[in-house]
Design a protein around this ligand. Structure first.
Ligand code: LLP
Length: 392
């Protein structure tokens, strides 16, 4: 199996002259991924992709995504601004989040975003008030908590009744009626999201069934068909095999909705994929500082830490590690960073080509929730993000 990174000798040679740690984004793979999504959404009428910007906002990455014609799903004023700067049309931006500040609501209204995904009645009232003071009408969609579990890590499950997100399904009639009576609110959609890194399509079938039930019920109770259904994101990637499966199975994903979700005539279906769009195209490149033989273990100590990629420490996440500059026989190490926290571990008892000081290692599938979640703990610099265009 060809290794998409390691076998690119010219690229690895260029990496040697760049200060580590840094993120590298394979924009050729990104473009292929975007095309694969487009091929599928084009097959179905009324399907629209809003890239979940929270996964990665590196400007070059955003610019490839906007050029592919995608909209954006934002969760903060900062993300809205980053999208506007990258050239996303405001009319294709949707804005979610349980705690929108007044200035963020104002920014959304001023820019003319497509709609707000509203998560509570107090938020709806404030959006109505702010829109009124600006003499505008805010388009709103309600984020509904479908109480559907997802087979994923507990920290990234969002659609259960116990989670802080969304409004209960039972309250929908009340909330829609409230919105219909508000002068500065236009009710335009229903929004859902059940979690992240979901690989079992059954979860999306369950969500489709819940949406069907809700739509049937709303119709029975005399409510008009809503313009948009937004099913959020959540499609996972193959972290174990980034070279075998660099592009997620978008066909299975979109076909699941096409088969199970009963859209009403003219109804538009919105998606907010983040991870599936960008995870596989990004790698964190780091350098081995020391190989330390301890009593029971051998450690590869690298110059990237949990400040650069927090997923292993926070979610026990697996990222494949390649030694880009060694073909020596494999050895077993704990790969750890320099941060003063015992959770600063990328992998335990991990087999990689025998490693020595100065070797370059890649933590693969790190394009989503990698660079964007970096911190400056220990007064460290934030890692830079480069694309092929920057390097070659
Ligand atoms: N829409 C909403 C409302 C969301 O909350 C999220 C993710 C998405 C879309 C995009 O989900 P995706 O397609 O990327 O699964 N930091 C965690 C993931 C947190 C996801 C939060 N919400 C991680 O590194 O695994």
């Amino acid at each position: 199996m060809k290794n998409l990174l390691k076998d690119n000798k010219v690229l690895v040679e260029k990496f040697r002259s760049i200060r580590t740690p840094f993120y590298y984004y394979d924009t050729e793979l990104l473009d292929k991924t975007l095309q694969a999504i487009k091929n599928e959404t084009d097959k179905h009428q009324g399907y629209h992709m809003h890239y979940a910007v929270k996964a990665c906002t590196t400007p070059k990455v955003l610019s490839h995504i906007t050029k592919a014609g995608f909209g954006a799903d934002c969760v903060s004023g900062g993300e809205i601004q980053a999208c506007l700067d990258a050239g996303f049309p405001a009319s294709e931006i949707v804005f979610a989040g349980v705690g929108k500040s007044d200035w963020e609501i104002e920014l959304g209204l001023k820019a003319g975003i497509q709609y707000f995904n509203v998560e509570s009645i107090p938020e709806l009232e404030i959006i109505n008030e702010i829109a009124g003071s600006m003499q505008k009408v805010a388009n709103v969609s309600f984020r509904i908590n479908p109480n559907v579990g997802a087979d994923t890590h507990a920290n990234i499950t969002t659609g259960l009744a116990e989670n802080k997100f969304g409004i209960a399904m039972e309250d929908m009639e009340k909330v829609i009626s409230l919105a219909n009576d508000m002068k500065n609110i236009e009710f335009v959609g229903l929004h859902f999201h059940i979690g992240s890194q979901i690989l079992e399509m059954d979860n999306f079938v369950a969500l489709s069934n819940r949406i069907n039930e809700l739509q049937d019920r709303l119709e029975r109770n005399g409510f008009q068909t809503v313009k948009n259904i937004n099913v959020g994101g959540g499609l996972g990637v193959d972290y174990a095999n980034p070279d075998e499966n660099p592009i997620p199975d978008f066909k299975a994903y979109f076909d699941t909705y096409a088969k199970h979700l009963k859209l009403r005539p003219g109804q538009q279906l919105h998606f907010e994929l983040g991870r599936a769009v960008v995870a596989q195209c990004g790698s964190l490149i780091t350098k081995c500082l020391y190989v330390k033989q301890a009593t029971a273990k051998k450690f590869v100590i690298v110059d990237a830490g949990m400040t650069d990629l927090i997923r292993p420490a926070l979610y026990d996440a697996y990222h494949k590690i390649d030694n880009l500059t060694s073909n020596a026989q494999e050895d077993v190490y704990d790969v750890v960073g320099p941060i003063c926290e015992s959770s600063d571990v990328f992998a335990k008892d991990y087999s990689i080509n025998a490693t020595k000081r100065g070797d370059l290692l890649a933590l693969r599938s790190a394009g989503a929730y990698g660079e964007i979640m970096a911190s400056q703990y220990n007064c460290r610099s934030l890692p830079k993000g480069y694309t092929a265009e920057d390097i070659i």
